[in-house]
Design a protein around this ligand. Structure first.
Ligand SMILES: *Cc1c(COP(=O)(O)O)cnc(C)c1O
Length: 366
């Protein structure tokens, strides 16, 4: 059986360091925020080349808190791509704003930069580009459009930790960058976790307040906030894993390139790394018009695969009230019918990968 991701393989490869981090946290007696979290926040900021990082309870909270810090709410519109994880749309709705959806580039699934301006109205407050699957969105044109129209930019960098656009790390371009440390993400905790990053000290302070009940001073709430604190255990685990992130991303790139080398000649539609991009392959996504049949075939060979995502946000129940319908965003809808993630994680062996490739060959020649 070849799984899509194997989190225990990674744990076993660095067990000593993880166990030590967990035990020392237990001994420290400090479990919510505290020195471990501060240390990890400093590591994130240094890695991305930004001034401030704020550890949070999840990537979803990171988006909510970013929107709140930018005062986005009732009556506002936020531009998001048509193909993404639901949270990108859901968080906009949860602060009371309307997600205004723009179709994606059919080749690399990022927001289609040629369609953004037509979606801007007097109510538009922000754009949320998503670095989907680990491939960066085209940040220079996005930032240019945002500046021209006075819009904020929140990068949904949940899948792109370590990715680069023209040599600069994703998450460091916008007003705020959002990270998720969900266990399967490129840097994953052993539980939920997230962070926001920014170069603006006032925004950083707002987000620190929002993560703990609106407090600057404990118990003196200045706004309605949340309980969205990164816990010390996850921070210690993430800090122990951090030095490996670049090597793991490199491994993802090598394995992905190897997949492409073998699958592209078979006529399989493989992912594209644009010339300005450093892709970190959070997921290795192929496309097939016989996607469901292919997935069943792989399953029967003992190979896991997964659909990210079968339902584009505009066709989800919560978005119905905005009047979106089938046919509105053809590239996203086609992607939802054709995309398939193949097994990929840094510890995947070449033998396992060969098995996947052999099964793909067999399916294609059927
Ligand atoms: C994982 C993810 C999120 C949400 O992160 P959680 O930590 O699971 O809340 C948001 N956006 C995208 C694109 C994601 O992949």
């Amino acid at each position: 059986m070849i799984s899509l991701v194997d989190l225990t393989a990674q744990y076993h490869s660095i067990k000593k360091e993880i166990d030590a981090a967990v035990l020392s946290t237990l001994e420290s007696g400090h479990f919510i925020l505290g020195p471990q979290v501060v240390k990890f926040e400093e590591s994130i900021a240094a890695y991305l080349g930004v001034q401030h990082a704020v550890g949070l309870a999840s990537g979803t909270d990171a988006l909510v808190i970013a929107l709140r810090a930018l005062n986005i709410g009732e009556g506002d519109e936020v531009i998001i791509p048509a193909y993404t994880f639901f949270a990108t749309a859901g968080t906009v709705m949860s602060v009371g704003a309307k997600p205004v959806i723009v179709d994606v580039d059919p080749q690399n699934y990022e927001v289609d930069i040629t369609k953004i301006e037509a979606a801007i109205t007097p109510k538009t407050k922000a754009i949320i580009p998503v670095h989907l699957y680990g491939h960066p969105a085209e940040m220079d044109p996005i930032m240019e459009i945002a500046h021209k129209h006075g819009l904020k930019v929140i990068e949904d960098n949940a899948q792109g930790f370590g990715a680069e656009y023209l040599g600069k790390k994703t998450g460091s371009f916008g007003d705020i960058g959002c990270l998720s440390f969900f266990p399967t993400k490129n840097l994953g905790a052993y539980g939920d976790g997230g962070a926001v990053v920014t170069n603006d000290p006032a925004l950083a302070e707002q987000m620190r307040m929002l993560r703990a009940h609106g407090w600057k001073k404990k118990y003196y709430s200045e706004m309605v906030g949340y309980n969205s604190r990164l816990d010390a255990m996850q921070a210690a685990i993430l800090q122990a894993k951090f030095p490996y992130l670049d090597a793991w991303n490199e491994k993802r790139r090598e394995l992905s390139n190897r997949y492409t080398e073998h699958l592209a000649p078979l006529g399989v539609v493989t992912p594209v790394e644009r010339e300005w991009a450093k892709h970190v392959y959070h997921l290795y996504i192929i496309r097939s018009e016989k996607r469901d049949e292919l997935q069943a075939f792989l399953k029967q060979k003992g190979i896991a695969s997964e659909v990210y995502y079968p339902l584009p946000p505009h066709l989800s129940m919560p978005c119905r009230k905005f009047g979106y319908k089938e046919g509105d965003f053809p590239h996203a809808e086609k992607a939802a019918k054709e995309t398939l993630a193949l097994p990929l994680y840094p510890e995947l062996s070449l033998e396992q990968q060969d098995e996947v490739i052999a099964a793909m060959k067999e399916f294609v020649s059927k």
